[in-house]
Write a protein that binds this ligand. Structure first.
Ligand SMILES: CC(C)(COP(=O)(O)OP(=O)(O)OC[C@H]1O[C@@H](n2cnc3c(N)ncnc32)[C@H](O)[C@@H]1OP(=O)(O)O)[C@@H](O)C(=O)NCCC(=O)NCCS
Length: 431
């Protein structure tokens, strides 16, 4: 670790200096670059203590300690670039090429002030500098092998043993080569030797909650261990935020309770924990639960048939979504997800954003057929569970509850997933 001026005069007033400022023991080998004895310190705190002479090329007058103080940043940059050898007494200013100056000078001016006070800020700055060599770009088919290996690394994280259930074949299946309707997309972070060091995979989710419509659900977010806490995760998230903002989409991510790094990361970036604030719970049906559901006796509701929803049903679906939101006390819905949007998202796209079935009740006596319930689902893919059907909504009109219509709608989801071997996942607010 190389740092600037773990110095005075303000540090002289800080109690417990040892913990706060940069000193040997903070890394395997710590180099401190000092400025002068006015703004700097004459103590030697690090493994290697450099007191560079102000270069004549800087034109600092003998009395100008601010000038001498600020010149040390050039040393710092060159040291980061590996251009300063320990035998050099004077930083060769000409080596600071214009590109580095342009990009770094402004942030460095700010950073240097922080750096003097905190070794942690120093570490962050080094990251920003190093990240200059990092490329963030969309996931390509040629990345699959590397990304798959990276995701396998996830299963060796503490508490995550054996959670990765899918294999490379599934990966290709979910993102078929010649088919535009892939179940996920992704972005990767690549270091200067073309190695993928971070990956963020996501799929489009369809939320009827608060009339959100299509949004982004991150299903895999992983940075290889030796690159963590160096800003790679932030760059990946920033990239996905830009694309979400352009499309007016929300971003969500499920995080496991023990995943401290994930929780801390998203809290740092002001994500809301919906389980705490809204009481959302996440239920999952495994293979056995699905088989049991398919065998569940649903003799009730004989006069009800289920059929795939059609564009003409969207007015009914819109009304039922509103009823469901009222039931869940979401209120103040103002009809954001209207029938027209539902028609566009579910029925006019080559790869629809959602699939839906409606329950039709045939009132035998007067021959009336009416829609009394619906379900709404979409497909997702993540490395923990592999292929999933996400049941976003299941709803039966109040006056027809208890007639076995709900279980029919639920069984239909199981049938859909069994036909394509997808597993259901249900998001529900706690009672
Ligand atoms: C979560 C993860 C993707 C973040 O990537 P990253 O490159 O380390 O992220 P950044 O460097 O941009 O941000 C680091 C911030 O994340 C949080 N964080 C990361 N690791 C942490 C840890 N072990 N303990 C506490 N907070 C941690 C902190 O807020 C940290 O900020 P700080 O260093 O200033 O304290 C990465 O830690 C990772 O791959 N973890 C394992 C997989 C995982 O948990 N994925 C998320 C759920 S799918």
């Amino acid at each position: 670790m190389t740092g600037l001026d773990p110095a005075g005069p303000l540090f002289d007033e800080v109690p417990d200096l040892g913990d706060s400022r940069l000193s040997s023991g903070d890394a395997t080998f710590v180099t401190c670059i000092y400025t002068d004895d006015t703004l700097g310190t004459i103590e030697r705190n690090c493994d290697l203590n450099l007191f560079p002479r102000t270069p004549s090329s800087a034109n600092c007058s003998v009395m100008d300690f601010l000038c001498r103080h600020s010149i040390v940043k050039s040393w710092f940059i060159l040291r980061m670039m590996g251009s300063v050898t320990l035998s050099q007494r004077e930083p060769p200013m000409s080596q600071l090429d214009s590109e580095i100056r342009g990009i770094l000078e402004t942030s460095l001016r700010k950073a240097v002030i922080i750096l003097m006070y905190s070794k942690f800020a120093l570490a962050s700055f080094i990251v920003l500098y190093n990240m200059k060599t990092l490329i963030i770009r969309p996931l390509l088919e040629s990345d699959y092998g590397q990304v798959f290996q990276l995701i396998k690394e996830l299963s060796t994280s503490p508490g995550e043993q054996n959670i990765v259930k899918f294999n490379e074949k599934d990966f290709l299946f979910a993102n078929p080569k010649k088919n535009s309707s892939s179940y996920f997309s992704g972005i990767v972070a690549i270091d200067k030797i073309d190695k993928i060091v971070g990956v963020l995979l996501y799929h489009t989710k369809y939320s009827t909650w608060e009339g959100e419509g299509p949004g982004i659900q991150i299903n895999t977010f992983f940075v290889t261990e030796c690159y963590r806490r160096r800003g790679v995760g932030y760059l990946l998230l920033q990239n996905i935020c830009m694309s979400a903002e352009e499309k007016g989409q929300q971003i969500s991510i499920p995080i496991r309770k023990h995943d401290v790094a994930g929780m801390e990361f998203f809290m740092k970036h002001h994500a809301t924990n919906l389980t705490s604030t809204e009481g959302w719970l996440n239920y999952h049906l495994n293979k056995t639960a699905v088989e049991n559901l398919l065998n569940f006796n649903d003799k009730k509701g004989k006069n009800v048939i289920l059929r795939p929803a059609e564009a003409k049903d969207c007015n009914h679906i819109e009304k039922m979504i509103q009823d469901l939101n009222e039931f869940e006390n979401i209120g103040d819905q103002d009809n954001k997800l209207d029938a027209k949007t539902l028609q566009r998202d579910g029925f006019q796209k080559t790869s629809p954003d959602f699939y839906s079935f409606v329950a039709e009740l045939n009132d035998g006596e007067n021959g009336l057929v009416k829609i009394v319930g619906y379900n709404l689902m979409f497909f997702e893919f993540n490395p923990i569970h592999g292929k999933l059907v996400h049941l976003e909504d299941i709803y039966v009109k109040e006056e027809h509850r208890g007639e076995g219509i709900g279980v029919k709608l639920f069984k239909q989801v199981a049938r859909v997933l069994c036909s394509g071997q997808w597993l259901p996942r249900i998001y529900s607010r706690s009672a």
